[in-house]
Design a protein around this ligand. Structure first.
Ligand code: BDP
Length: 333
């Protein structure tokens, strides 16, 4: 109910103001407030990067274009965010590649467990030709109705639960672990030995409180800022997923913008991609410190080989059609 009311208030993805001055074509002078959203709160690296991008946009256009941020799932979870951007009720959404796999099959390659060797590998891929191609594929996909603007870092996902530390796949037996809504993740958790349960990020705390799940998996900043440690204090560095995030723009709104504004947004988005990265590493360290201060039991998984071996069927099933792309990613050094 609350969410529905907020959606109504949020209204259209942009607000057209009065023409600034008489003389030129009205469309070029109209004030536009671009609505942006993120599941994370203000101050979180992805949110902060988009807020900063909005300030630059405002300066560059003398206030004609600006970004209004709706953080903390105010407009719903990622599924709702994607839908709103698709219909133009939102201009900008920062979304994990996780739920994008079904929109663009090739993107699911980034969602394969243990796809990237480390952060440096992942960054080289998203900063390079493959990253550009994937954004273009998202933009060109007939059913996406989105424009892929840029990438953002999201670290490494680790399993957390309220029962015990995890050091080997066997430790996951019998644990119900929340995964993002995409079959590749549920099957990954099942292959690892746990029971994957797909649900939105917005439903997770409730599910942990009521015992619908025993835990979930995520990077340190999400676990910490979402206060998930209050419900699941065993955090084990399984490192099974490293999934970058995408800043998407509603195609419906994009196509109504003059080319010069599109170019400006693309340029600022590329700057945001690098700016967010610095914020990311700072936050990762701060989150880890907070987790320790809060008494989280952090367990380092030293032997990843059994986890990597267990997910081979997931690679066969979801990576089989994308061998050339996988080879290219693996060849990035
Ligand atoms: C976080 C991502 C966010 C996802 C969330 C999730 O930043 O986009 O919604 O994970 O697990 O790391 O759903």
């Amino acid at each position: 109910m609350i969410r529905r009311d907020m959606l109504k208030i949020a209204g259209a993805g942009l607000v057209l103001g009065a023409a600034l001055a008489a003389g030129g074509p009205a469309a070029a002078q109209q004030k536009m407030v671009l609505k942006a959203t993120d599941v994370h709160p203000l101050g979180y690296p992805t949110v902060e990067a988009v807020v900063r991008m909005g300030k630059k946009l405002e300066t560059a256009t003398s206030g004609r274009l600006s970004i209004q941020m709706f953080p903390s799932m105010q407009l719903g979870g990622e599924k709702e965010m994607i839908e709103q951007a698709q219909v133009g009720a939102l201009a900008i959404a920062r979304i994990s590649v996780g739920p994008m796999g079904p929109l663009v099959p090739q993107l699911n390659v980034f969602n394969l467990p243990f796809m990237f060797r480390d952060n440096a590998h992942m960054e080289k891929v998203i900063d390079g030709a493959i990253g550009d191609e994937m954004l273009q594929k998202l933009t060109d996909a007939p059913n996406s109705n989105l424009v892929g603007l840029c990438w953002m870092n999201a670290g490494t996902r680790n399993v957390y639960n309220n029962k015990r530390p995890i050091t080997k796949p066997d430790d996951l037996k019998g644990l119900k672990i929340r995964m993002m809504g995409n079959p590749v993740f549920v099957e990954t958790m099942n292959a690892l030995g746990g029971n994957g349960v797909a649900m939105g990020f917005d439903q997770l705390i409730n599910a942990m409180q009521t015992g619908v799940v025993d835990g979930a998996e995520n990077n340190e900043p999400s676990y910490e800022s979402g206060q998930h440690y209050k419900y699941a204090k065993y955090y084990s560095t399984t490192g099974h997923l490293m999934i970058p995030e995408i800043l998407v723009f509603s195609k419906k709104i994009w196509t109504s913008l003059p080319a010069a504004d599109q170019q400006l947004l693309k340029k600022l988005a590329k700057e945001a991609q690098l700016e967010q990265r610095k914020l990311w590493y700072e936050r990762e360290a701060a989150s880890l410190a907070k987790m320790k201060a809060e008494g989280v039991v952090i367990t380092t998984v030293t032997n990843k080989a059994p986890f990597q071996a267990a997910v081979q069927p997931v690679w066969a099933k979801f990576g089989g059609d994308h061998k050339a792309l996988i080879d290219r990613i693996q060849a990035v050094k």
